[in-house]
Design a protein. Sequence first.
Length: 160
Amino acid sequence: MKLYSFHYSPFVQKVRAVLDLLGRHYTVMEVAYGDRTELATLTGGYIHVPVLAEDDGRVVCDSRRICEHLLSDAAAAGDWPIARDVVDYLGEEPVDEDEDEEEGEPIGDLGIVADLGLNDFDMGAIIDNLDLSSVEMLVEVADKIKLNPQFRKAVEAAVG
Ligand SMILES: N[C@@H](CCC(=O)N[C@@H](CS)C(=O)NCC(=O)O)C(=O)O
């Protein structure tokens, strides 16, 4: 994958920190401040950095979206010790990294916050909606259980 960058950009540094923590291999594409033609062509007109270009053609703009994209990637999730601990704790089978992401089944108690107003059916609908990033799913959950102002504040403090 390629990361389009200005070397001094704090937004780029944030994404590089996440990429490095995940142990992902990437090529830094230093963009010339005065010539962003390649970047604009790639993104369809967005000329800020960072921009992430995956080898499979996916292009993600904006550091926050890039971080969400990297952290919600199914293969990367399988690499997180905390994700493995949750699977162990729930007594479930480990996630098969080769399995098609779209066919993955949710695990755990989907009715865990039913008493706060979000039943297992509605929880299932939120987490099956693969158009949402993991943070957007959590925002929906927080909305339904009426925790959104506090949740948004915590997310903004964590991801900027
Ligand atoms: N919200 C964007 C902000 C990105 C941004 O402002 N990047 C600056 C570099 S630090 C940029 O590309 N500026 C374009 C310019 O100066 O013309 C993000 O988080 O990625």
